[in-house]
Design a protein around this ligand. Structure first.
Ligand SMILES: Nc1ncnc2c1ncn2[C@@H]1O[C@H](COP(=O)(O)OP(=O)(O)OP(=O)(O)O)[C@@H](O)[C@H]1O
Length: 260
């Protein structure tokens, strides 16, 4: 298998002739931890969907391990943006994860013990096995997100793709999610859309800044180490302006920013 997990080549995409991505090219090495960052509406979720093969490019191509997404044989674990819908639905944590297992098998087949074990193993990996019988609605945002990650892990993915897994989660919950992603990254490539610059700078190795085009940045290991250290002391705040300053650009903090 190619050591390049994902390659995007001269990709163009538009919705209803409205261009969203233009001439986007970059590579993601196997085992990388890539953060996709950028302004609202910049095209981050669209890029993720193109990389999974859910959307088709107008021009250009996406290759996963050297082949188009649908024929590559690469398994993608996808954690979509959580919308908070269906929280009233009386479904348990285990049921949610089992959906991930059933997805791989014949949907009409009843699940047996093995599938249940697979789902419980996935819950253990995200430290949510104690909650398997709880209703999903009873969990905190961070716990729910970990359950959605467990669901994605059931397919034993080569690449785990997450769309804003820490949106509207408190600091501790965010930190736990990124700690978990760091552990998972030991055995799979991780690609995460995130607005949280502190977490991105503390954990990701590369950042793709998406705003119609994509600019790729390497996060230097020393900066990552320092920021992670600050995060562990719960004093972490790293704003977008600092990211650009670290990347060598002169940008002032905004008024809302705690550094201003
Ligand atoms: N299904 C769709 N049909 C038409 N336009 C869409 C569709 N999905 C997204 N768009 C538009 O495409 C652009 C990029 O959207 P996308 O969701 O990829 O951005 P994003 O960077 O993920 O944004 P956010 O940070 O707000 O989630 C936006 O202008 C959005 O309104």
């Amino acid at each position: 298998m190619s050591q390049v997990a994902a390659e995007v080549r001269h990709l163009y995409f538009s919705y209803n002739e409205q261009p969203v991505l233009e001439d986007v090219s970059f590579q993601v090495e196997k085992g990388d931890f890539l953060a996709i960052i950028g302004p609202n509406g910049g095209g981050k979720s669209t890029l993720l969907k193109l990389m999974m093969g859910i959307l088709k490019p107008d021009r250009g191509e996406v290759l996963l391990f050297g082949k188009p997404p649908r024929t590559s044989g690469a398994v993608i674990g996808y954690v979509p943006q959580e919308t908070g819908h269906n929280l009233d639905f009386p479904i348990t944590v285990l049921d949610v994860v089992l959906m991930g297992v059933l997805h791989r098998r014949n949907l009409l087949r009843r699940y047996d013990g093995d599938l249940r074990k697979k789902a419980l193993d996935a819950l253990e990996k995200v430290k949510m096995d104690q909650f398997s019988d709880r209703r999903i609605a009873e969990l905190s945002g961070g716990q729910r997100q970990r359950v959605l990650i467990a669901r994605a892990l059931c397919s034993d993915p080569d690449i785990l793709m997450l769309d804003e897994p820490t949106a509207s989660i408190d600091f501790n919950g965010q930190h736990e999610i990124f700690e978990l992603l760091e552990i998972l990254n030991k055995t799979m490539t991780v690609i995460v859309v995130s607005h949280d610059m502190s977490m991105v700078m503390g954990y990701a190795r590369h950042a793709a800044y998406v705003n119609k085009t994509v600019v790729m940045h390497t996060i230097d290991p020393h900066t990552r180490y320092q920021i992670k250290h600050e995060l562990e002391g719960h004093e972490g705040h790293y704003c977008g302006a600092e990211f650009w300053q670290d990347m060598g650009r002169k940008i002032e903090c905004t008024e809302e920013c705690k550094h201003a």
